[in-house]
Design a protein around this ligand. Sequence first.
Ligand code: TYM
Length: 333
Amino acid sequence: MAKKIFSGVQPTGNLHLGNYIGAIKNFVDLQNEKNNQCIFCVVDLHAITVKQNPKELKNNIRETTAAFLASGIEPEKNIIFNQSLVPAHSEGSWILGCVARMGWLNRMTQFKEKAGKDKEKASIGLYIYPVLMAADILLYDASHVPVGEDQKQHLELSRDIAQKFNLDYECPNFFKIPEPLIQKNFARIMSLKDGTKKMSKSDPSDLSRINLKDNKDEIINKIKKAKTDNDSMPKDENNLNKRPEIENLFSIYSSLSNQNLKSTIDQFSGKNFSKFKNDLAEVVVEKITPISNEIKRLEKDPQFIDNILLNGSKKAEKMAKLKVEKLKEIIGF
Ligand code: TYM
């Protein structure tokens, strides 16, 4: 069945292999499924929930767009735009913020992680961030939302908000209840330095992640330095969850080679770690360096990228505006 896909990526720099495997790679697969309609958003309003340098933000919006294009997302087939060009997102977000409950937001683990110990100093935007995310999704009647594991709770909140609105205003089918699309196996890529921590843009150690703009030598060096353990090569999947670094490297290899974890384990069983790391580096270089080169090439033509965003935003605006108009009518404005 045809799906209506919506997903977003924050333009906060350092896009990495986790973003690629957990999200962007799947965007490309979904775009290639027949009859799907896909909307991919550079969520710049989300980015400013943490203070951004304006110049860097502008560059990061373009970089994220370039990463979409370089990974194979086609602007003619899909809608690619940045959130701040479509005011309906902010408007819808305010209205949904009046539906969402404090208790629901208080449970959001990402806020707790990002706000850290001193919650009082976090921006209100960071707290209500998942409400804006709900507006993103619900304004387009998205049927499916491809994301990494870390966004699961936010998606559940979007579903709760949609259901409560439909119930409160007695309009049972107004907001479509979106389904998360989270891969079973590779939805959480971990840091190369600590297999218990998610690979993240904000990790102070650049060695913890493969950036989509890394060159061949950087990739090889990071994989060489990636943490492993002193045990022998795994023979099966049992106990792999007790060896998070190994599980992570095997997951990266499997995902980029489009094979399951078991095939990778069988492939390297009896071999040594240096052989595995060499092969892993080869697979990552093969997948990532063309993307990296293409991002850098596209970034030299900011006007080209800006045009794609502008064109995409016109198409997005049409849909989102219409939905907000209906929303306002239901509310009694
Ligand atoms: P963001 O920008 O943090 O991440 C973009 C996408 O990458 C996934 N991801 C990962 N997947 C696997 N392993 C990792 N280590 C890893 N790190 C990040 C994320 O799950 C995400 O899919 N709130 C969202 C952006 C957003 C959005 C939306 C998504 C805003 N509105 C509407 C879907 C629908 C975010 O901060 O993603």
